[in-house]
Design a protein. Structure first.
Length: 245
């Protein structure tokens, strides 16, 4: 039975807020110069985001733990989520992402105040390309998101025993293998909510929110989610075939 709209809104907001609080927090830990975790490196960021996904998903199991418009759209395309529920999922995810980013800023407020390079702090909140090439940046986000969504769609058939730890491992794998070109948003809310927060927050000397790039981590993940949903539908009939050993 599908959760009520109220349940969806409450727990997607809380779960996505937890995800972004912890995910943004690990980037702040590594990037901000006066943090005790300064220069912790790319692997620490990837592990932090993976664990953030685990915490957010575990908290929000009542709503289905989407935490990501791409997940919601992929499930809707594949028939797992009613299209009528999609707007409330996405609204809650965006709100939760914004709140989580604001809380992360509050946790590191004094570090932001004393950051010697405040113009470079957008990357704490949102993704950006290592090499700016919008078309290829979209391709990277499509591929990374496709991997995530297709794995999620296959989970009931082949990976249910792993639970939410499984998706954390997948996010970690995507970050380590495909995250270099764009910072692997693979989640429109994860990028847009914190980007809006960055534009509003009173961070001394901050740079621009880079709105010119902001469409990439929205469009790419949506395309990847749709493709994953369509492939799942196309192959669904083969899932019931007997396995020949």
């Amino acid at each position: 039975m599908s959760p009520s709209l109220g349940t969806i809104f409450l727990w997607e907001t809380i779960g996505t807020g937890m995800l972004i609080l912890l995910g943004t927090g690990v980037v702040a830990t590594v990037v901000l110069q006066k943090s005790k975790g300064t220069n912790g490196g790319w692997l620490l960021i990837n592990f932090g985001w993976a664990m953030a996904v685990f915490v957010g998903a575990t908290v929000s199991w009542r709503s289905g733990a989407h935490l990501n418009p791409a997940v919601t759209i992929g499930l809707a395309v594949s028939g797992g989520t009613p299209w009528s529920d999609v707007p409330i999922y996405i609204l809650a995810q965006l709100l939760g992402a914004f709140i989580g980013a604001v809380l992360a800023w509050a946790a590191f407020k004094k570090n932001f105040d004393e950051e010697p390079n405040p113009e470079g702090t957008l990357g704490i909140f949102s993704t950006g390309p290592a090499i700016r090439s919008y078309g290829w940046n979209v391709v990277t986000e499509v591929i990374g998101t496709f991997v995530l969504i297709f794995w999620i769609l296959m989970t009931p058939e082949s990976n249910s025993g792993l639970g939410y730890a499984g998706v954390a491992f997948v996010v970690l794998s995507i970050g380590n293998s495909l995250g270099g070109p764009t910072g692997y948003a693979i989640n429109p809310a994860r990028d847009l909510g914190p980007r809006i927060a960055y534009a509003i927050l009173p961070i001394r000397g901050k740079g621009t929110p880079d709105w010119g790039y902001s469409w990439v981590p929205i469009v790419g993940p949506i395309i990847g989610a749709v493709l994953a949903g369509l492939l799942y539908l196309a192959t669904k009939g083969t899932l019931d075939l007997p396995v020949v050993s």
